[in-house]
Design a protein around this ligand. Sequence first.
Ligand code: NAD
Length: 474
Amino acid sequence: MLPSTPRIESDWYHPRNTYPSLSTHCRWRFSAPRGRVLTMPTDLRLPTHKIVRPDKDRFLNEENPFEAMMSRFDRAAELLDLEPGIYRVLRNPEKQIIVSVPIQLDSGDVEVFTGYRVLYNTSRGPAKGGIRFDLQVTLEEVKALAAWMTWKCAVVSIPFGGSKGGVVCDPLKMSVGELERLTRRYTAGIIATLGPDSDVPAPDVNTNERVMAWIMDTYSMHVGHTTTAVVTGKPVEMGGSLGRREATGRGCMIVTKEALQHLGMPVKGATVAVQGFGNVGSITAQLLQSEGCKITAIGDRSGAVHNAAGIDIEDAIRYVKGHKSLEGYTKGDVLTNDELLTLDVDVLVPAALENVITSKNAGKVRAKVICEGANGPTTAGADAILDEKGIFVIPDILANAGGVTVSYFEWVQDRGGYFWSEDTVNDRLRDIMTRSFRDVLGLSRQHKVNMRTAAYMLAISRVSTVHRLRGIYA
Ligand code: NAD
């Protein structure tokens, strides 16, 4: 039986209090494992109203990204007994921008692209979120990704809200000059919301350090001075942070080790399968191998490779650098990506795409731990099946938050004008990821919910607390 309200230790709490006064310094206390007590700002409370989502029928598609987000959000909000007013605030994006982006092509023709930027919630700080260039970009997807960023930043407790952006285009068919003109015109289109104190983009699908450099330059030209902190994921030479490239994989490694230790499973010799061998997948595999794990399967868009004796990840990375993919890699048996997901391993790391573990294949997954390196690899329909099988899932909003955490470090370094060593970056990342894992685990044990629901509860409680403290403007 799930408790509907958490235990409250508060000196001001009263069921009739809906909003604390600004001078109130009450704290939430959560019982945490091993005698630790987590304290959080006042929150989570009380009212008994049930949440009614009038347009629920619009969100029935298992693979709709906004549905994936909202169904988890709803469950956590219900367990928190979130007041309907705050619920309504949190389920709507603050700002949705659609811009036409006209550029001159190399041929001399003018083409007009569509660009989006969604600021989902900025109550805890400037919006933070990547920009993707892709033909599949839709407003619905950008909205869901912006919401995810909001919860992710709150789970690791960095002072950002969430945003996301995208331009509908096929960057593979565009020249570098066309991409630069597209980036600069899109930046000019959304410039009113951009800024180190308001909205800070980062790379995402098909955008990279170079695109961030163009955004930084365009913004700086508009405001009349160099502003490095307006984007993260920049080249190190112009204000980027050491350790950013490896940060997401390093975060995955840290929380995977925490999960294994929590479950009483040895890290050394733990078998691991990794789907996706790009930035997140290859670095997670490399770092887990250096911790003593045995990586028995890796895969990318060309297919997968299995070797029960373990794959040499450095060797596979060298191969992919030379051949662009794992195609033709012969140091193991060939597998399909679907087969990789159902291998009998200790840890599965889906680090490629969304919606790969669904209600259709979740029953066949045999891993004991899933570390979600990708955003949204598991559909809401698969959650209950994985729970029933007792699989310990480290949810995306926790597992891959290492990237945005080091983006935060980059923003801090740019604003301070003082740059840290890679060891400092890695140490601080480890502290934040470890603390966040334990915070989520503590809530999950206290409320007897899975790690995903606990992560959403933690995130929603942090964001809603700030809304209560700030009140509704005007
Ligand atoms: P990437 O482009 O570097 O790598 C993606 C990998 O997935 C490639 O190896 C590609 O071949 C593989 N892939 C593509 N389609 C596939 C398919 N159908 N089946 C199997 N593999 C396939 O991207 P990345 O930066 O590693 O990001 C991977 C995921 O992690 C994405 O969901 C991304 O949103 C998420 N993520 C990335 C970061 C980051 O810092 N890079 C941070 C948070 C979340």
